[in-house]
Design a protein around this ligand. Structure first.
Ligand code: NAP
Length: 248
């Protein structure tokens, strides 16, 4: 059995499905107790049940990451129950793709609010105990849209470029306290987010990927596990691309 994260407590946002769920299960499989938060309460509970079946402690919280005070309340409950958080995975994110002339203010505000301000809200409420304990790993799920520009994604690309900057800045602030901060930039991964693209578009997109397929959530989770484990204590401020060669 993999026991790399024995005695660790992890918190994963957007853990009800997709990449967040795969990461939550992977960290539990490596021995961590896992707090699962999502705006989708039933989905978060389902992930939580799977983790408990693996013999780990887990709690599900319904949370909107844009709600700073709500996140603060949740964190109090998490500390009461788990006493600490060693690993934070900021993952909850959305897309509202449109060309700029069709993009309304709600499309802009919702993507920036969840994908960027949401990462701040959760991190700000978790960072103090991590710094005091002189231990911790923060992993931010960015995107290849945080490295390159893509048409129809001015909002999403801006949020994900922001996440990469946030990661680098925090790494410089938190290194002295032995808290690492890294990001993962996935390309196209098979989840409900990319299923929305439709079959024809997916077929076309696959032709542009050197490996000729979308990635699997488990492939992202495997990289996430390594980055939050003690094997990666000297890695910080980095953004790791996992995209089948899309952006090389
Ligand atoms: P997904 O399948 O759509 O899952 C995202 C989860 O986050 C959902 O359960 C969603 O709940 C939840 N969520 C949305 N808004 C929230 C909020 N305000 N507060 C709390 N939870 C919220 O997405 P995914 O494909 O797994 O993507 C996960 C992360 O990876 C995102 O940051 C995304 O940008 C990034 N990413 C994905 C891909 C990809 O190809 N899939 C590529 C690059 C980067 P509801 O559905 O109920 O709203």
């Amino acid at each position: 059995m993999d026991d790399r994260l024995q005695e660790k407590v992890a918190l994963v946002t957007g853990g009800a499905r997709g990449i967040g769920k795969a990461i939550a299960l992977k960290l539990a499989d490596a021995g961590a107790d896992v707090v699962v938060c999502d705006i989708d309460e039933d989905g978060a509970r389902a992930t939580c049940s799977q983790i408990k079946e693996m013999g780990r402690k887990s709690e599900a919280y319904k949370i909107n990451v844009t709600d700073f005070d709500g996140v603060a309340d949740m964190m109090k409950q998490v500390i009461d129950t788990f006493e600490k958080v060693d690993i934070l995975v900021n993952n909850a994110g959305i897309t509202r793709d449109k060309n700029i002339f069709l993009m309304d203010k709600t499309d802009w505000d919702s993507v920036i609010g969840i994908n960027l301000t949401g990462y701040f809200n959760v991190t700000r409420n978790i960072i103090m105990p991590m710094l005091k304990n002189k231990n911790g790993s923060i992993l931010n799920i960015a995107s290849v849209s945080g490295l390159i520009g893509l048409p129809g994604q001015a909002n999403y690309c801006s949020s994900k470029h922001g996440v990469v900057g946030f990661t680098k800045s925090l790494a410089k602030e938190c290194g002295r306290a032995k808290v690492t901060v890294n990001a993962i930039a996935p390309g196209f991964i098979e989840t409900e987010m990319t299923a929305k693209l439709g079959e024809d578009r997916i077929k076309e997109l696959k032709k542009t990927i050197p490996i000729r397929r979308f990635g699997l959530v488990d492939e992202v989770a495997e990289l996430a596990l390594f980055l939050v484990s003690d094997k990666a204590r000297y890695i910080t401020g980095q953004c790791f691309t996992i995209d089948g060669g899309l952006t090389v």
